[in-house]
Design a binder for this molecule. Structure first.
Ligand SMILES: [Zn+2]
Length: 200
């Protein structure tokens, strides 16, 4: 039976690059993939990776309220799909993760979401919490500047300094690439971002 997968990792762990590689592998095998990107990510419908030239267009840029089960069902009815891939999966609304869970059960299509587990305050995104509850989990690895495994993501100002974990200078949903975020090990997260989120 097809499964729901959540491949999570901090900023820079190659989530979009891996999505694009999986999409290409399916297409090379003559199979059809359906790529979803949440509309929250307003940068564009293009899915870009850090690898130059490795990019693709999303088949669906999904607003928060959209029923993704219905959307996939309709695409599948037009031409049978083999896999559903979701970029920036942390921005998919919890109810939409439920929709995708039903895609795996009722349509027997595998669904793979690529996203962040936590925000720069080390808190789960609402969508990520739902993925963690329902999906098979696969961690994408990334290293900190110190070569330790990075498990958290810090958010940086233009001058390169980190925004403290207890300062909500903007909302949780803030786009940006590697210039705005950095994957950190727990030690450097506490040292550079701060420990106020963890202290009593
Ligand atoms: Zn470190």
């Amino acid at each position: 039976m097809a499964k729901l997968y959540f491949r999570y990792g901090p900023m820079g762990s190659g989530k979009s690059a891996q999505l694009l590689i999986v999409a290409q592998n399916y297409r090379d095998a003559g199979r059809r993939v359906f790529i979803i990107k949440p509309a929250t990510d307003t940068r564009s419908e293009l899915i870009e990776s850090r690898i130059p030239g490795v990019e693709a267009r999303a088949d669906l840029v999904a607003p928060t309220g959209l029923n993704l089960f219905q959307a996939v069902l309709e695409a599948h009815a037009q031409a049978p799909l083999d896999c559903v891939l979701v970029d920036e999966a942390q921005f998919i609304a919890p109810q939409q993760v439920n929709d995708l869970f039903l895609v795996t059960v009722k349509l027997n299509l595998p669904v793979i979401g690529y996203g962040l587990r936590t925000d720069y305050q080390a808190e789960l995104f609402p969508g990520s919490a739902r993925w963690l509850a329902l999906a098979q989990l696969e961690e994408l690895k990334m290293i900190c500047r110190c070569n330790r495994k990075a498990t958290l993501t810090g958010r940086k100002r233009a001058d390169g300094s980190f925004i403290a974990s207890d300062k909500a200078e903007n909302d949780q949903i803030l786009m940006g690439g590697s210039e705005s975020y950095e994957a950190l090990c727990p030690l450097h997260y506490v040292e550079w971002v701060g420990d106020t989120r963890f202290r009593r």
